[in-house]
Design a protein around this ligand. Structure first.
Ligand SMILES: [Zn+2]
Length: 248
């Protein structure tokens, strides 16, 4: 079911809930009032009913991927078959059609213009799409909790730079890849930056206390996090250790 979120953006929630995907992947459908076509962001996992439901909202002018993680991209090829629309992504492996996608591009579709920002950090290929009143952040900013810097592809220094850039968007609504929309990109990006700073302080303290391996740091710093998510925490800790060594 399409849920209208802003005057130009609606979301269809994919039925793939989980600890890393929260309620499931958000497939965003963008369309200016009166426009015939739409732009679809992140078709989501390869779940036929979900893809059919979104395709029925077409015609689809273009499909854009925020990044290549499978919960966002796995259904893209099938969705392109269903709609005939090209799939554009930073990573060539995920494209269907001739057109790439990257920093500075302006995508026209659905009666809208989307400005493309490279926002690496969660993954090296993460993009954000900026509209007049909202920004689509993929997994760079989530609707709840915080995201993972997916070492070794994700790099913490890049991620902090991306958050500082998104912070400049002020009052724009955040339309995330998972979880609910948030009212202010500036506020939430600042919260993410503060969270990262406090985690870095905790990691520094863990090292000072004698922890040597990423796993030891996880057990101390992420003691408040469900153990089932420690594999993800360990990716973030490895990214933080590189950052503290001045290497990432
Ligand atoms: Zn992701």
């Amino acid at each position: 079911m399409l849920r209208a979120v802003t005057p130009t953006a609606g979301v269809v929630l994919a039925p793939n809930p989980g600890p890393m995907t929260l309620d499931g992947t958000n497939t965003w459908v963008l369309r200016a009032p009166g426009a015939e076509g739409c732009v679809v962001i992140d078709p989501g996992p390869l779940l036929e009913d979900h893809l059919q439901e979104v395709a029925a909202l077409g015609p689809v002018d273009a499909v854009l991927l925020t990044h290549g993680h499978y919960d966002h991209s796995e259904g893209a090829a099938r969705f392109a078959e269903l709609t005939g629309a090209p799939v554009r992504a930073l990573d060539p492996a995920h494209r269907r059609g001739d057109e790439g996608l990257g920093e500075g591009d302006v995508v026209v579709g659905g009666g809208l213009e989307l400005r493309v920002w490279a926002t690496p950090g969660h993954s090296s290929d993460s993009l954000s799409f900026v509209l007049d009143d909202a920004v689509l952040t993929g997994d760079t900013i989530l609707g709840r909790g915080t995201t993972v810097v997916a070492h070794p592809d994700g790099v913490l220094g890049d991620y902090l730079d991306s958050l500082r850039r998104l912070r400049e968007l002020g009052e724009l609504t955040v339309l995330p890849g998972h979880g609910p929309e948030l009212p202010s990109a500036g506020v939430v990006a600042e919260q993410y930056l503060l969270h990262r700073e406090s985690r870095l302080d905790q990691v520094r303290a863990a090292l000072a206390a004698g922890d040597e391996t990423p796993r030891q740091v996880v057990e101390r710093v992420y003691a408040d996090v469900d153990e089932g998510l420690w594999f993800a925490a360990e990716m973030s800790v490895r990214a933080q250790l590189l950052y503290l060594q001045g290497a990432g």
